[in-house]
Design a protein around this ligand. Structure first.
Ligand code: SF4
Length: 259
């Protein structure tokens, strides 16, 4: 629910309106709003970010060339001949959700599995949670097209959006490992408990997994809240923004207060 839509004039909107006239850097705006420490502002955090990624934030020279053909080939292998049938989920899926993003991404986000919208469209994190995630990316001056790649632990939707089962994860994990190997991000961010537990092979709670830099095959891994959780608990956005700043730092990208 968008808390700022009541008839009362939200101070966030007044500030945003005034600031739109002065500057358009969403990261700097969010940093200043957070410094103000207003609960309402935190709840509205990201809601008014325009998805308009400045192209100069990550220069082309910083990118390491990767074998994009190999990534395309992997996707083709997964989808050819009627699609992968390595686990039981193949029979109930509509579309295989391979992954999306910049093949030269410095930050790779990993979720647990496709939901209904993703299964229908064939792309990870669409729908309301995906829209919020795109706003978080924009606040970082990044996007699915620039600097970020998104994939899931599972490429097919579990029935009723239940948690992935062990045999499904074991069958599907080689595809994710190959994606990580080809993209070679600077840092990985797990979205939510289920993704983190499966990637890191742990049963620790989200509370214990957050605020720790984990290691996965020599890559730093951070764990943050799933965007669907933020839709239900907007106050968690402040913690997520702190996680995103840490991610930017680990990726060697500019921090918001330096924008
Ligand atoms: S979830 Fe993964 S392993 Fe299972 S059928 Fe889909 S692509 Fe294959």
């Amino acid at each position: 629910m968008h808390v700022g839509t009541s008839s009362r004039i939200c101070p966030f909107h007044i500030i945003m309106k005034n600031q739109q006239k002065q500057q358009t850097n969403p990261r700097a705006t969010l940093s200043r709003l957070l410094d103000m420490g207003e609960t309402q502002l935190i709840i509205d955090l990201f809601d008014n970010v325009e998805i308009d990624t400045p192209e100069e934030v990550v220069s082309a020279e910083e990118y390491t060339p990767v074998n994009t053909d190999a990534l395309n080939k992997l996707e083709w292998e997964l989808k050819s001949d009627g699609g992968c049938q390595r686990c039981k989920l193949w029979s109930g899926r509509n579309k295989i959700v391979f992954g999306v993003g910049d093949p030269n991404a410095k930050i790779m986000f990993i979720g647990e599995a496709p939901g209904g919208d993703e299964d229908r469209i064939g792309e990870p994190f669409v729908g309301r949670a995906g829209q919020l995630l795109d706003k978080i990316f924009a606040a970082m001056s990044l996007s699915r097209k620039r600097g970020i790649y998104i994939a899931n632990i599972l490429k097919c939707r579990p029935p009723g959006n239940r948690d992935p089962e062990r045999d499904e994860v074991e069958a599907c994990m080689p595809f994710l490992l190959k994606q990580i190997e080809l993209i070679r991000p600077e840092v990985i961010c797990c979205l939510g408990r289920v993704a983190a537990q499966n990637l890191l092979d742990t049963d620790l709670t989200l509370g214990k997994l957050r605020n720790v830099i984990h290691n996965f095959r020599e890559l730093p891994v951070l764990v943050t809240y799933h965007p669907a959780y933020l839709l239900r608990n907007p106050a968690g956005k402040r913690a997520v923004w702190e996680d995103m700043k840490q991610l930017l730092k680990l990726a060697g990208l500019p921090l918001p207060n330096e924008g």
